[in-house]
Design a protein around this ligand. Structure first.
Ligand SMILES: Cc1cc2nc3c(=O)[nH]c(=O)nc-3n(C[C@H](O)[C@H](O)[C@H](O)COP(=O)(O)OP(=O)(O)OC[C@H]3O[C@@H](n4cnc5c(N)ncnc54)[C@H](O)[C@@H]3O)c2cc1C
Length: 390
């Protein structure tokens, strides 16, 4: 499966490795691919009547690239970085209600205010449908603010790029590792995305919890989904609260950690289990939580641990720091190396599991499969499979 090959993402869906990023639906010239929102995850669905197997969808599919043994497009986008920073929104409310430190929301709103971007592709809850996300092009600070926080459910962020295709301008894009890889492939395939997306903001991601896990959690705490208008997975400080609303009334709330532990214990997609890109390597800047930071960040409010990978991102940050929209700190070196080490071992585990799966899937290279399996078990044995976020 490579860019020049014919076929469709149906192959990827059959191989069970579709991550539901949405890029295939954006690129298909015949509207033959849509994203089906299943009980657990989002998946590509190809309409056989419309599809002519031109292969364009495969060309932008992050999983098809992995199946074909592509190294990924991450390396092309690092330019001698990354730089590690602890960043937070200077505005207390944005910081408090962001997922970690409100960095992404504050940065996008500030770039918009300065005219450096005309908007950003973000993910927010679908109106009145708390178990579903709506990727959208936010063109005002209010819309960017409304998308703050992490939604721990399937999102298909690339679908928001359809609006970018219809509008001239310069935009930012926010997505997880798979969605950023898909964005890079779309940019290579379609010059308009290369011109219009000027900043790719990645989210660290251990895995996307299933839609059914949120449903299961609400059931387990006795909340009737019929009376829920919206869910905030994060907010109200760090690591924050999981809050369920009926209109503006909070009908259930618990510590973020309680909800996350339940969600993380639910079904995981094979795409996530085999993913070795937890820090969105192909992004210009990516952000995660400051887990394990000495002293924690509870007392002073949240912080976003950011990896800056490109000059353009560094410049954007410098301007937002100068104008006072963001605050920055340098993380302790030992903490950063511990954090990255943990990440690396997770990547080793995932790539070993992926090699094994792909070797088995192709029904060849049995020896490679066995070797990969042994590597996988060895790492699992050494580190014990943890459910917590890194
Ligand atoms: C599914 C998932 C798993 C994650 N796992 C980890 C982890 O293991 N370790 C870790 O350190 N961090 C993880 N994160 C990232 C973390 O939760 C924060 O998003 C990150 O720290 C940035 O926080 P912030 O306050 O700067 O962002 P905010 O200012 O709160 O902005 C968040 C942005 O993320 C976008 N967004 C929200 N949900 C989604 C989604 N599902 N898909 C795509 N875009 C979305 C919103 O549009 C918004 O623009 C995960 C995030 C998600 C969505």
């Amino acid at each position: 499966m490579t860019r020049d090959e014919s076929g469709s993402v149906e192959q990827v869906v059959k191989a069970l490795v579709c991550c539901g990023c949405g890029a295939c639906a954006v690129i298909c010239p015949r509207g033959a691919v849509r994203i089906a929102e299943g009980e657990h995850f989002n998946r590509a669905h190809v309409d056989a009547e419309l599809c002519v197997e031109c292969g364009r969808c495969l060309g932008v599919c992050p999983a098809a690239g992995a199946i074909a043994g592509e190294e990924g497009c991450a390396a092309r986008h690092t330019e001698g970085f990354p730089e590690h920073l602890l960043l937070s929104a200077a505005d207390d409310e944005v910081r408090r209600d962001g997922a970690s430190g409100g960095l992404i929301t504050a940065l996008l709103a500030d770039l918009l205010d300065k005219g450096m971007i005309d908007g950003a592709v973000v993910v927010r809850q679908a109106e009145g449908r708390p178990l579903y996300c709506r990727p959208t092009l936010a063109e005002s600070a209010a819309e960017i603010l409304a998308a703050r926080g992490s939604r721990y459910q399937p999102a298909s962020a690339c679908l928001g790029l359809r609006e970018v295709a219809e509008r001239e301008g310069r935009y930012a894009f926010v997505g997880k590792g798979c969605e950023i890889t898909a964005l890079r492939k779309l940019q290579a395939a379609e010059p308009l995305f290369e011109e219009r997306i000027v900043l790719a903001v990645g989210l660290f991601c251990a895995a996307t919890p299933a839609r059914s896990s949120t449903r299961g959690f609400l059931d387990s705490v006795g909340v009737d989904l019929a009376g829920v208008s919206s869910i905030d997975y994060r907010g109200q400080g760090w690591p924050g609260m999981f809050s369920v609303m009926n209109g503006t009334r909070v009908i259930y709330g618990c510590a973020y950690r309680q909800a996350w532990d339940f969600l993380a214990g639910g079904p995981r997609s094979l795409a996530c289990l085999l993913c070795d890109d937890g820090m969105a390597r192909a992004s210009d800047i990516s952000a995660g939580d400051p887990w394990g930071l000495p002293g924690g960040s509870e007392a002073g409010g949240g912080l976003s641990f950011a990896l800056v990978r490109k000059e353009a991102a560094r410049e954007a940050l410098a301007q937002s720091l100068e104008s006072g929209a963001l605050r920055a700190d340098t993380p302790p070196r030992e903490w950063v190396s511990g954090r990255l080490e943990r990440q690396r071992s997770r990547e080793v585990r995932a790539s070993a599991a992926r090699d094994t799966y792909l070797a088995l899937f192709r029904r060849k290279r049995v020896l490679a499969a066995l070797k990969g399996g042994l590597r996988c078990f060895r790492t699992i044995f050494r580190q014990r499979l943890r459910r917590d976020q890194y």
